[in-house]
Design a protein around this ligand. Structure first.
Ligand SMILES: O=C(O)c1ccccc1NCC(=O)[C@H](O)[C@H](O)COP(=O)(O)O
Length: 272
């Protein structure tokens, strides 16, 4: 077992077995979160006037180690939404990202934008869990799934009313994309080396199926990057570390959006 993704997935298998024994799917179905009406992530991104920013709540990560261990999910999510974020991505992995079991619950109570359960989903049990947690959408990472698994999990999510972002990082993963996914996320971070390169989004975009909503994920720290990617059909941007490592993540998000508006207006004036 060599790379971080293999280690995370191996740990997920143990976690799923343990949790499914403790809380079978039938018990999840009885939870309050399961009954929540779902919010549309696609609509929130498409209708956003502030660049479709998906702001992420994350305390630590394998590439950065500790980012903001004491952060409060409700306060951060509120700050993000006040800044103009279209949706919140909430890491739910405990072992590698420091999530707490009720993080999504707290975010959901604090804001009314869609919430993505950000985890390493490899089993239909986790899709039910996402619904029980009160998430509106899930992420499926093509790198840890076969095409058949990806399709099966995307269909399960659709049945449960959850939208799906399919995350890809290279051409082989693009080939796995299922027609049941709602959004394609190009991950600028290589999950084996942690190297971040925004050109990944630019190079893979032409290979994506036409018409489907595209977002760019990871390593985004510069408003100029948003302006550049928007010219290449990207409608949403997932940003975590850059906001979370600042003393007030909501304020950082507001300032980022403000600067992006300024740069985009200047660019439009220049080509007019
Ligand atoms: O963030 C990591 O270090 C990481 C390592 C291994 C697997 C996944 C990882 N991140 C998950 C994500 O998708 C990011 O949290 C998300 O795209 C936001 O990225 P960033 O803005 O760079 O925090």
């Amino acid at each position: 077992m060599d790379n971080i993704l293999d280690r995370i997935v191996a740990h997920k298998r143990l976690e799923i077995d343990r949790r499914a024994e403790q809380f079978p799917v039938e018990a999840l179905m009885d939870s309050a979160g399961y009954a929540h009406p779902r919010r549309s992530l696609c609509r929130a991104i498409e209708e956003s006037k502030d660049f479709g920013i998906i702001a992420e709540f994350k305390r630590k990560s394998p590439s950065q180690q500790d980012i903001n261990l004491e952060a409060d999910p409700a306060a951060v999510a509120k700050g993000y939404v006040e800044a103009g974020a279209a949706a919140i991505s909430c890491l739910t992995d405990v072992q590698f990202f420091g999530a707490k079991p009720d993080d999504i619950d707290k975010v959901r109570a604090a804001v009314s934008v869609p919430i993505i359960r950000k985890d390493f989903i490899i089993d239909r049990y986790q899709v039910h869990e996402a619904r029980a947690m009160g998430a509106d959408a899930i992420l499926l990472i093509a790198a840890c799934l076969s095409p058949a698994q990806l399709n099966e999990l995307a269909e399960e999510a659709e049945e449960l009313g959850l939208q799906v972002i399919c995350e890809v990082h290279n051409e082989d993963e693009v080939a796995k994309i299922s027609p049941s996914v709602d959004i394609i996320g190009i991950n600028n971070r290589d999950l084996t080396t942690f190297k971040v390169d925004i050109t990944t989004s630019l190079e893979l975009e032409p290979m994506l199926p036409p018409g489907i909503l595209r977002i760019s994920e990871s390593g985004i720290e510069d408003p100029q990057t948003i302006v550049k990617l928007r010219r290449e059909k990207f409608k949403g941007f997932l940003i975590g570390t850059y906001f979370m490592r600042q003393p007030d993540p909501g304020l950082a998000c507001a300032e980022f959006i403000r600067k992006t508006h300024t740069i985009e207006a200047t660019y439009k004036d220049a080509i007019a």
